[in-house]
Design a protein around this ligand. Sequence first.
Ligand code: PMP
Length: 356
Amino acid sequence: MDIRTFIRKDLRDMVNYQVQPVRGIKMDANESPFPMSRELRGEIAKWIQEEETLRFYPDTDCVELRRTIAETSGLSADQVLCGVGSDQIIDFLMKTFLEEGDTILVPEPSFSMYALSAKINHGKAVAFDLNAEDFSYPIDTILQLCRERKPKILFLCTPNNPTGSPLERCELERILEGVSCIVALDEAYGEFSGQNDLDLIETYPNLVSLRTFSKAFGLAGLRVGYALGSREMIQALDTVKAPYNLSTIAQITAAKVLRRPEYKEHIAWILRERDRMYEQLRQLEGKQGFYCYPSSANYFFMRSNVENLGALLLERGLLVRAYTGSLKSYIRASITTQEGNDLFLASLWEILEGIE
Ligand code: PMP
């Protein structure tokens, strides 16, 4: 029996999200360079040793974690919904709002999961190009497309992955004033930009912010993400959530991390490192067409004429995200440990200077 013939016709040729095998120093997925503190690891190990409740299902409503997130965001717990990474929140958005054939509007280039998740959920993504010069958002085009294509959901990513470019608050406000669809603001890297637009949720019940513990909080391995929005928005998204989606250990650990001071120090370190690296990267500008875009996130987006830059960096032990197709001259590299960053800067210098 050929199982393939049972697969939905529209998915048979779909290539799902590709993850490269782990090799060398990881600068490919925008993870944190900081491991969980020894103290916190001890606390969690102690909890597991004494705990007898893992035979029970987790708290399906993630009450404690949502309360903790609400306290730190200045919202109330019923304005928070937790998911298995913000990937799951993206899926909830599609499941909740898309009818068959509905359209979502997405920036290009941006996070590829929006289009993939829409397709899996019977929707269709229409892309708008970010401004070529600096990857800023083309606000007039977005407003026009929303009028013409009437998308169910408009995705905006700030700082945008992979370009690192922000959507300014005044631009977001212009969009919110001008559209009548759901506006999903992906702020997976928001902690690195220092911008906080959460107060807009009060005025715009169609605005939902997507957040994650995978980046600034250093918990990519736990898979915890969340949505912040109006009570109506959170209730709507909750209708498609399967019970017990987030494991007990994930809930407890994420809440503990949020209550501790370390993550703020880690963010501050990454921002200092971002300044240091950017200064050096700018000095390479022009060599073999190299250009590094300014970044509001924990990674850099870079362009060059070196065709196999990703492979050359890998030969030197550095795993970056190298793009194909229309983005084939670009790479994205996450800010990692100082040692990794130094090796990256030295390797890039060698490659661009043509030193073998
Ligand atoms: N949004 C953006 C913009 C991302 O870059 C990522 C991770 N690559 C995600 C969402 C998903 O993050 P997670 O599922 O780990 O929370």
